[in-house]
Design a protein around this ligand. Structure first.
Ligand SMILES: Cc1ncc(COP(=O)(O)O)c(C=O)c1O
Length: 485
């Protein structure tokens, strides 16, 4: 077991060690990563870091003792509401990220239904299968059932005919994405919101990834579907600032049409012996750093800065979209409406392709199949990728050729074996031993992180969702363990 060292180390020693820890991390600053990070450039990072450290130790637990943090939050929310065409009635809060904003919105919808529709005993949310996984987490935490809503197989947008059929008296919340992460398309928000309004149901728009960028695309003259508070029937919107607003992580907002809806988000308790608790978010004590940094970055970049960055993102997305389509054997899965691209391959293995790109120094994100929606490769384009279009597309074409010339022939066999041996197992029968056998089939020892991911992704892809979930839980349960001496 590791212990707290008896004597403190020097700053130099620590920073050298941390630099060393970093050697295996994704090198996100060099334009070769298409996910996880959103690079607004060095100047933005400098301002964000300064503001973050300036307010690092202040605590946003109690807005009355640090009015600076209350001011940051109210000003950020106001800018966000204006950006999404909200009026003076719109209110909201700053949260730690998209997942927290979504959990808060689902809680508000649930508690609003508890107050206004007490006859609903088993609340459900109508959720497109393309909506972010955070809604499933919210459903799990909050006791709301998910009614999965299919999407059109060509456009990947919520199927309105299916929505009308699925809607029942227990639905308290309808969700649409603007756009979805996986395929980068905007759901029919106007239609979904009209359906919600007609039934007196809460409508949440998940604009975590797109809410900030889409209005700038519109200002640049590109067509953007209506998705924000201008749409009648929209009750709440989640929008992350740590994505296309280029703020450091720990920055999102959840906005409500009015304070009457938002009050269901708040939590107050006086049933203990300590200080007064009234929380706007799930977190209680929280650093002022993300708030100060987000406020600073919004004001540092301003509309002209964001428009410049949006222009770059659009150019790069267009170049990559056209470039991917031009590579023999690759096909776009959906027509991207923002800056998120997903593509499939006709005759090469996508998981092998992702590894071959990694070997060439590029990070692309494999996404597993789900029901009859196919596995694909996802690219989230950010301004840091601007200027890297040509080398990326050349590497991609090269990787496709290599995957075609030297296919990992064992992958389809592996998928078949996994399906045969484990596909119909009840999830609870998947123990650590069974997991070791599955990974053993893929030639993975279970020690630490695997290098090539094609085998792991093939195993996961071959399994039904409940077994995947079980396997991932066991794997991560083994990953976060105490280091040896
Ligand atoms: C559409 C959408 N919603 C929600 C989330 C979750 O956000 P976070 O990772 O900040 O919790 C994401 C993340 O990519 C997203 O793209």
């Amino acid at each position: 077991m590791m212990r707290i060292p008896e004597k403190g180390a020097s700053e130099e020693e620590l920073f050298a060690a941390m630099q060393d820890f970093r050697s295996g991390d994704l090198p996100w600053r060099d334009g070769r990563v298409f996910g996880y990070t959103f690079d607004g450039g060095q100047e933005v990072e400098k301002v964000a870091k300064r503001a973050f450290t300036e307010f690092l130790s202040e605590n946003a637990l109690d807005p009355t003792v640090f009015p600076s943090l209350l001011r940051f939050e109210n000003e950020i929310v106001s800018m966000a509401a204006h950006h999404l065409q909200g009026d003076a009635d719109v209110v909201g809060n700053f949260s730690s990220g998209g997942t927290e904003s979504i959990i808060l919105a689902v809680k508000s919808a649930r508690d609003h239904a508890r107050a206004t529709r007490p006859e609903v005993k088993h609340p459900k949310m109508l959720l497109p299968v393309t909506a972010h996984a955070a809604f499933h987490k919210a459903a799990h935490y909050l006791g709301v059932e998910v009614l999965p809503l299919p999407v059109d197989k060509q456009t990947f947008k919520a199927d309105m005919k299916a929505a009308a059929e699925l809607l029942d008296d227990d639905v308290i919340l309808i969700v649409g994405s603007s756009p979805s992460y996986a395929h980068g398309v905007v759901d029919p928000i106007v239609e979904l919101a009209a359906m919600a309004k007609a039934r007196g149901v809460w409508m949440h728009v998940d604009a975590c990834i797109g809410g900030f960028l889409l209005p700038y695309f519109r200002k640049l003259g590109h067509e953007v579907p209506d998705f924000d508070f201008s749409v009648d029937g929209v009750s709440s919107i989640s929008m992350d600032l740590h994505k296309y607003a280029y703020c450091p992580k720990g920055a999102s907002v959840v906005l409500y049409r009015n304070g009457d809806l938002r009050k269901h988000q708040l939590f107050a308790t006086s049933r203990w012996t300590g200080y007064t608790i009234v929380n706007t978010t799930i977190q209680s004590s929280k650093s002022g750093g993300p708030l100060a940094a987000a406020w600073s970055v919004l004001r540092f970049l301003g509309e002209d800065g964001y428009l410049d960055l949006a222009r770059r993102v659009k150019q790069t997305t267009d170049a990559l979209t056209a470039g991917v389509e031009a590579i023999d054997g690759l096909r776009l899965l959906a027509q991207p409406e923002m800056s998120l691209i997903s593509f499939v391959a006709d005759d090469v293995n996508l998981f092998q392709l992702a590894d071959l790109m990694r070997a060439r120094g590029w990070y692309v994100q494999p996404q597993l199949s789900f029901e009859d929606y196919p596995a694909n490769i996802h690219l989230s384009v950010d301004p840091g990728n601007h200027g890297f279009e040509k080398p990326f597309l050349a590497a991609l074409a090269d990787a496709v050729s290599e995957a075609r010339a030297k296919p990992k022939a064992d992958l389809p066999m592996l998928a078949e074996q996994v399906r045969t041996f484990f596909g119909s197992m009840p999830p609870e029968a998947v123990t650590e031993d069974v997991m070791a056998k599955m990974l053993g089939l893929a030639g993975i020892s279970g020690e630490g992180l695997p290098g090539d991911m094609a085998e792991v992704n093939t195993v996961l892809d071959a399994l039904p969702p409940a077994i995947r979930e079980r396997l991932l839980t066991l794997f991560v349960n083994d990953l976060f363990v105490q280091p040896g001496d």
